[in-house]
Design a protein around this ligand. Structure first.
Ligand code: FAD
Ligand code: UDP
Length: 369
């Protein structure tokens, strides 16, 4: 198992339960991959080391699965954004609309009003900008999405696919829950504790600070690889584009911003958001506070890859690597980096469970995966 993130841990656990001997290697000094959490020794605050992670899903099996390894505390993600010198509520909801347009509209009125602002000549939005202009109109787009997206992705929203914005709802009521999923929560003792428990099985050996190289693949009956797809091939045909994040950590006595995530909608402020970690654990009390200012930039060879860019330029290179990966036997590419897709944690776990079951089935039939 290459990678001790959710992909490696869930597949590893499943195979260990079937009686296989599983070795999980990770180049980093901790398990849980990008979901890693650790307590800040000075304040006791649980810090989301690689950026904010909120667990949300509609998948009952995945929800049951994570609850076997961790107590999930009730948590609703409520995001705020600063634009034009004011704080607004996200995702765009009736409060945002009424505050922005200095109005007191009801749901139906607001819906008709936004529709009148929307560019209805766009019938099939392809780009991020078209999607925004079609569904929220130019004013809200320019205040909340244009600058933030430019900072987050480093390109104009006219070059990005509409699918990125489709992740966010627009609501004509006062519901400010960022997600619409049925289940949402925060692991009481952190994601790393949860992943340690998934990996805690007699059949599993974890080797940290251990980098896997393709030349070692033959040493194992089967390799599940959750590292970067292009990295497996030594980037020999070029690098798939990623955005990386820089976190500028600072501390504060008391409560700095009164909420976990504050976005900054305008390009004049260089960071995309500020995360105040203690608000992810509202059931705990801490006087001190740990905060991250988050900056996004193009990922260099030595940086940690975060968001796959997937622009048109990447598509042919991606197809090339995927075609090669499909010809491999004895190696399965999994997870966020192994398949070069933006995957939420619940989808990662769902895919890992399905992958482990497919592998189990091939063992029974004698096929090779
Ligand atoms: P990873 O967590 O990336 O794990 C891969 C592991 O492989 C890493 O630990 C790496 O060190 C190791 N590795 C790579 N190459 C090698 C090698 N050659 N040898 C040894 N080890 C190697 N999802 C949500 O559901 N909710 C959220 O709120 C949310 N927020 C996010 C915020 C940010 C900023 C980002 C970037 C992602 C967020 N996600 C969120 C997505 C979540 O992080 C992923 O779903 C999850 O991390 C995927 O797990 P994984 O195991 O596939 O990959
Ligand atoms: N977005 C934005 N303004 C915001 C929040 C999000 O323009 O205040 C855009 C941005 O392009 C982002 C996309 O909406 O990549 C999806 O938002 P989400 O919160 O899902 O981003 P992620 O979890 O990927 O950071």
């Amino acid at each position: 198992m290459v990678g001790a993130g959710l992909s490696g841990a869930v597949i590893g656990r499943h195979l260990a339960m079937l009686g296989h001997k599983v070795t999980v290697v990770d180049a980093r000094g901790h398990v849980a991959g990008n979901c890693h959490t650790e307590r800040d020794p000075a304040t006791g605050v649980m810090v989301h080391v690689y950026g904010p992670h909120i667990f949300h899903t509609d998948d009952a099996e995945v929800w049951d699965y994570v609850n076997r390894f961790q107590t999930f505390m009730p948590y609703k993600n409520r995001v705020k954004t600063i634009s034009r010198g004011e704080v607004f509520s996200l995702p765009v909801n009736l409060h945002t609309i009424n505050q922005f347009f200095r109005a007191t509209m009801g749901p139906a009125e607001a819906k008709a009003f936004i529709e009148s602002k929307a560019d209805t000549s766009i019938t099939d939005p392809q780009t991020f900008e078209e999607q925004a202009l079609r569904f929220v109109g130019r004013d809200l787009y320019e205040a909340f999405f244009k600058g933030y997206t430019q900072k987050q992705w480093g390109v104009s929203p006219t070059e990005l696919p509409a699918s990125i914005l489709k992740r966010l709802p627009v609501r004509f009521n006062y519901d400010d829950n960022y997600f619409f999923h049925k289940f949402q929560g925060m692991p009481r003792d952190g994601y790393t504790d949860m992943v340690e428990k998934i990996l805690d099985h007699d059949g599993i050996t974890v080797q940290l600070n251990t980098r896997f190289d393709r030349a070692q693949a033959g040493e194992w009956d089967h390799v599940f690889y959750s590292g970067p797809l292009d990295g497996y091939y030594g980037y020999d045909r070029g690098r798939l584009g990623y955005r990386t994040l820089d976190f500028e950590r600072f501390t504060h006595q008391g409560d700095y911003q009164g909420t976990a995530v504050m976005n900054y909608g305008e390009v004049a402020v260089p960071w995309t958001r500020i995360t105040e970690h203690k608000h992810f654990s509202p059931w705990e009390t801490h006087e001190g506070s740990v905060l991250y200012r988050e900056f996004s930039r193009l990922c260099g060879p030595e940086d940690i890859p975060y968001y796959p860019i997937r622009l048109t330029a990447e598509q042919s290179l991606l197809r090339d690597y995927v075609a090669r990966a499909e010809t491999e036997t004895g190696v399965t590419f999994v997870g966020r980096l192994g398949t070069y897709r933006y995957l939420d944690m619940d989808v990662t776990i769902r895919e890992a469970l399905d992958c482990a079951r497919r592998f189990e089935a091939t063992l029974a039939t004698g096929e090779r995966m």
